[in-house]
Design a protein around this ligand. Structure first.
Ligand code: GAP
Length: 463
């Protein structure tokens, strides 16, 4: 059923809360703006996406290994990486209502087709004044000057804040992979080209977070640094873009809702020579989902200079020594969750048990990433049925994540499973006690088949 776009966002947000995918952070204390907690279903979805990603990009290949680096790093890392000096956004405040905005977003929202990348803070302010851009919150035209604002969160080690220099919560997970380049090279015996993958939290003091879990202060990332010789970069860049598209299929994001957009020169990050974004058509416009960047030898070169460590690569077959260049495919995991949910949400008209029309909400998630592969549903809350259902649960639990639901009518329980995207519902009734057969209901076709319990494993595997 076609979805009105704004409606779709509201419906997905409401479903997330209602069914336990995503909760407001610190909710009982009134929340903390733009922080979100994953509930019982959200954490399953996230873990499944991460597992599928790791399987495709790490376990499925011979040239990529993973690491899990510390979130807190020596502050010199962030100086060398350029984040202390260049990881900035331009902020502007409305003097009337005190609301804060990203100056570039304010202009882009008000003036179509205006390029703001690379403009100085003075030029941004001039554009705002000359075009009489008003505060979207209160309508006033009374802004502060534009100031740059560093996105790294700072903290201190030790009880007295002023005793030590600040340290930073990592603004990207990439640096953990760069500073471990030599460790991984020496221990994994990989030869160029090879990659180091990682997944985990990154933190950014965003000026204008929002749109649910799209832009938040802390978020999950999955990415890898692929180390190459300089002359390979074009070929590997194109190759990884294709692999990223294969991943979209694996995770179940409809290709028609995505597009590739190349960054203009002014827009490139401080480390990049070429970047493309894979954008997704969200209800709030085309937005960055993933990025692919050619980071040149920027990071390793700077870490060599600033740390004194030898991070060169020695090619034993040619005798060459060089600083590797890097292609970096990066995947926002938190954003993937939102896009997957938006893509999977569907509504259709069906008839209920009495023949009246009702709307069925169904999340058409890929079985591999759905929070549960199947729901075990004893037809009634009778001890003998619950005991048999327990037996079925025990047979399947080693291979599949399962829900077990004994409350409410079977119709209501089916609807709930549809809403959370469970591909199969397995109903245990009195016949099951006699012939060891169960009813398997398919989430998408609504077909119900009577099958033997012994046939369940291949059915659940096979979709
Ligand atoms: N190491 C490269 C890097 O971090 P990035 O484009 O700054 O690149 C990577 O971020 C991905 O992280 C983005 O493509 C996006 O999916 C996600 N992302 C960035 N900022 C985010 C935020 N504030 N909240 C949620 N996800 C974010």
């Amino acid at each position: 059923m076609a979805q009105n776009k704004q409606d779709l966002m509201e419906k997905v947000v409401s479903l997330c809360k209602r069914r336990g995918f995503v909760f407001h952070g610190s909710e009982i204390y009134g929340g903390l703006a733009n922080t979100w907690d994953l509930g019982p279903l959200g954490v399953e979805l996230k873990n499944n996406v991460l597992r599928a990603w790791w399987k495709f990009f790490v376990h499925g290949r011979r040239d990529i290994v993973g690491i899990d680096a510390a979130i807190l790093m020596n502050p010199k890392v962030w100086k060398a990486s350029g984040h202390v000096d260049s990881f900035n956004d331009a902020q502007i405040d409305c003097k009337e209502c005190k609301k804060r905005f990203r100056a570039d977003h304010l202009i882009e929202d008000a003036l179509k087709d205006v390029k703001v990348e690379g403009l100085s803070t003075d030029d941004l302010k001039k554009l705002i004044d000359e075009n009489d851009i008003k505060c979207p919150n209160c309508g006033a035209q009374n802004f502060t000057d534009v100031r740059t604002f560093n996105l790294l969160f700072q903290t201190h080690i030790g009880p007295v804040a002023n005793d030590t220099d600040p340290i930073f919560l990592r603004g990207e997970i990439a640096q953990g992979m760069f500073v471990n380049f030599k460790n991984v090279l020496d221990t994994s015996r990989k030869k160029i080209p090879f990659g180091i993958a990682s997944a985990g939290k990154a933190f950014r003091n965003e000026i204008t977070p929002g749109n649910f879990i799209f832009r938040t202060l802390e978020f999950d990332l999955m990415e890898f640094e692929y180390f190459i010789k300089e002359d390979m970069w074009k070929e590997k860049f194109d190759y990884w873009l294709e692999e990223m598209h294969k991943w979209l299929e694996i995770v179940g994001i409809n290709k028609e809702n995505t597009r590739v957009r190349q960054h203009t020169d002014d827009e490139l990050s401080h480390y990049s020579k070429k970047t493309v974004d894979i954008e997704y058509k969200t209800p709030f416009g085309w937005k960055e989902l993933y990025g692919l960047a050619y980071r040149t030898d920027f990071d390793l070169r700077n870490h060599i200079e600033k740390s004194g460590a030898d991070l060169n690569y020695f090619d034993q077959t040619t005798g060459e020594k060089y600083i590797p260049h890097v292609i970096e495919p990066t995947f926002g995991l938190s954003r993937t969750l939102l896009m997957v949910l938006l893509d999977a949400y569907d509504e259709e008209d069906v008839k209920d048990a009495k023949g009246s029309k009702e709307t069925r909400i169904v999340l058409r998630l890929k079985p591999e990433i759905a929070p549960f592969r199947a729901a075990i549903l004893p037809l009634m809350k009778k001890p003998e049925l619950v005991e048999k259902a327990d037996e079925v649960f025990g047979l399947l639990k080693d291979e599949f994540a399962l829900d077990f639901d004994i409350t409410g009518s079977i119709g209501k329980r089916y609807r709930r499973q549809d809403e959370i995207g469970t591909p199969y519902a397995i109903t245990i009734d009195y016949d099951t006690l006699d012939d060891n057969s169960v009813t398997v209901r398919d989430r998408d076709t609504l077909k119900q088949d009577r099958v033997k319990i012994s046939e369940l494993v291949p059915i659940l595997r096979g979709k």
